[in-house]
Design a protein. Structure first.
Length: 257
């Protein structure tokens, strides 16, 4: 269903972005591997090409609107347009509100929120001009609904991304552009590698009804579904892909689970 489409996946040099780019490429999509880290972007693009797919590595800093505009222009020139945008690039830090500095607050918001806005604006303009619709999928987070201490800036950005998904779905509906979001739960990637060991891993697993930390491919497959025509009547939705974490609050010991 996706053969011949062109996708931009931001932050696809690693983790869930990489898994998403590889799954899209397997479906016949030409994928722009848009990442701040050029070496990682080239490595992912090379591995897609080695598997017979089409990939174009492109360096971008999503927190800089001129870098984003240049990236989109380069992709259009190289791959002939854009049909799919996955706003996946993101960073995280931990600070109490008592210690959060102006610099750290701006750094997180500039990547995790401004970056999503800059990419969506640039790509939506291109999609409108092409007059063939499009699919935009934002990567939010379970923290948009479930508070996590010391994650203020990250939560502000992700909650805003979830809210903007609904606003932009309405802004763009007349151009046949679907805008949805996926909210990953706890997924093992280079971003979170340090978290999921020992007692902390056990505590996470106890809080996740399905009992396991997620894999990047489990997020990627839902993103890919949202990019297909099978999901054409889905817009403005934020879908939790979290093993049931968002609805959990149970005390397993109470039931001798
Ligand atoms: N891993 C999790 O458990 C989890 C849970 C919820 C949400 N998320 C979100 O999922 C997304 C992907 O996370 P991941 O765990 O795969 O992370 P990751 O660190 O493995 O990958 C993120 C990629 O984004 C790139 N990047 C960072 N800043 C950038 C910038 N300014 N411009 C362009 N690229 C930039 C990095 O180079 C990296 O390749 C992020 O938005 C993250 O907030 C992750």
């Amino acid at each position: 269903m996706l053969t011949g489409k062109v996708a931009i996946v931001t932050g696809s040099g690693s983790g869930m972005g990489e898994a998403t780019a590889k799954q899209l490429a397997k479906q016949g999509v030409a994928v722009a591997i848009a990442d701040l880290n050029w070496e990682k972007a080239v490595k992912v693009a090379d591995s897609i090409k080695a598997a017979g797919g089409t990939a174009y590595p492109v360096k971008v800093n999503v927190s800089d609107s001129s870098s984003v505009n240049q990236m989109v222009n380069a992709v259009v020139k190289e791959l002939g347009g854009v049909d799919i945008l996955v706003n996946n690039a993101g960073i995280v830090t931990q600070s109490s509100v008592l210690e959060q500095t102006d610099e750290e607050w701006r750094r997180i918001l500039s990547v995790d929120l401004d970056g999503v806005f800059y990419c969506t604006r640039a790509v939506a303009k291109q999609m409108k001009e092409q007059e063939r619709g499009g699919k935009i999928v934002n990567i939010a987070s379970v923290v948009a609904n479930r508070p996590r201490r010391f994650h203020g800036a990250y939560t502000a950005a992700k909650a805003a991304v979830a809210a903007l998904t609904r606003v932009w779905a309405l802004d763009l509906v007349e151009y046949g552009i679907n805008v949805n979001a996926v909210s990953p739960g706890h997924i093992r990637t280079p971003l979170t590698e340090g978290y999921f060991t020992g007692k902390v891993k056990e505590a996470f697993e106890e809080m996740i009804p399905q009992g396991t930390i997620g894999e990047p491919d489990w997020i990627a497959s839902v993103v890919v579904f949202l990019c297909t025509e099978a999901a054409s009547y889905v817009t403005g939705q934020v879908i939790d892909v979290d093993g049931g974490f968002n609805m959990s609050g149970e005390i397993p010991a109470l039931y001798r689970l």
